[in-house]
Design a binder for this molecule. Structure first.
Ligand code: SAM
Length: 261
């Protein structure tokens, strides 16, 4: 296609029909689905979504894609394109409290920011293309060296799995990295606001014990940290990477109850 691809917007477009159909099938979209897409690009995935779903709202930051995307919206009455920076938008304004699914080949330069924003709005499902290493990190289980704060956050609110591997050759222009499609099935467990900064304290020095990180990060004595670990029945030498998401929530709540946060 004729387009001046912009690296600053993370523009790597999919040019493989099988992959497009595969993503829509991973997302389990049907004619009742309300889909939010971030980054319409040239509209390749957008069009397949519009053919399958009841309604699609797709955000695109690059004004140069306007003529092509407006033509696509003319063709599909269930498609609305919003030309805006997704990060500045209030999703609720578009979804009007309806249940929705997110499907997107994300711009990789803001992957974490987009995921964090979406998690707060709690879609039903989220099916997103991300860089392979990022996908593996978000799905990593306790005990895996890739397991970190973002894995805990995602696994607290959803079942996360790698739905498919996608080699770099499936994109134009070809990126320097391989990708995976991640699929999230959300639950309704709460994610307290200050839990995220608490997790960053827990994982601050990954090689140190959790007791050490809690003590230095919260400015509490080692003895206080030892006693909190005892309350959640975890050994004193536990490291952050050994706790699952629900255990972190219990630890967080104990810290709050003891006024350590
Ligand atoms: N969906 C298309 C596809 O799969 O071929 C394009 C995907 S491309 C990886 C990411 C798209 O997101 C680009 O079209 C880019 O311009 C757009 N984008 C980048 N940052 C954005 C932002 N903050 N808000 C909305 N769209 C953005």
């Amino acid at each position: 296609m004729e387009h001046n691809f912009k690296k600053k917007f993370g523009q790597n477009f999919i040019d493989n029909k099988e992959l497009l159909d595969g993503i829509v099938s991973d997302a389990k979209i049907d004619n009742k689905s309300f889909v939010v897409e971030i980054g319409a690009g040239a509209g390749a995935l957008t069009e397949v979504l519009a053919q399958k779903a009841k309604e699609v709202v797709s955000f695109e930051i690059d004004e140069e894609l306007r003529p092509r995307l407006e033509a696509l919206a003319q063709k599909h009455s269930n498609l609305r394109i919003v030309f805006a920076d997704f990060m500045t938008q209030d999703i609720k304004e578009y979804t009007q409290n309806k249940k929705f699914c997110v499907v997107a080949n994300l711009p990789y330069y803001i992957t974490t920011a987009i995921i964090s924003k979406l998690i707060k709005t709690r879609p039903q499902t989220m099916t997103i293309m991300v860089q392979k290493e990022v996908g593996e990190r978000l799905c990593a289980k306790p005990g895996n060296s890739e397991y970190g704060a973002m894995s805990v956050i995602c696994q607290r609110v959803a079942e996360v799995e790698i739905a498919r591997q996608v080699p770099r050759t499936f994109f134009t222009p070809q990126p320097d990295v391989d990708s995976v499609v991640l699929h999230f099935e959300f639950n309704d467990k709460d994610l307290p606001d200050d839990f995220v900064s608490f997790l960053h304290i827990c994982f601050r020095a990954k090689r140190k014990t959790l007791i050490n990180n809690l003590s230095s990060g919260l400015g509490i004595s080692k003895q206080q940290a030892v006693s909190i670990m005892g309350e959640i029945c975890k050994p004193e030498n536990s490291r952050a990477e050994e706790l699952n998401a629900d255990e972190f929530i219990t630890l967080f709540e104990k810290c709050k109850k003891n006024k350590l946060l």
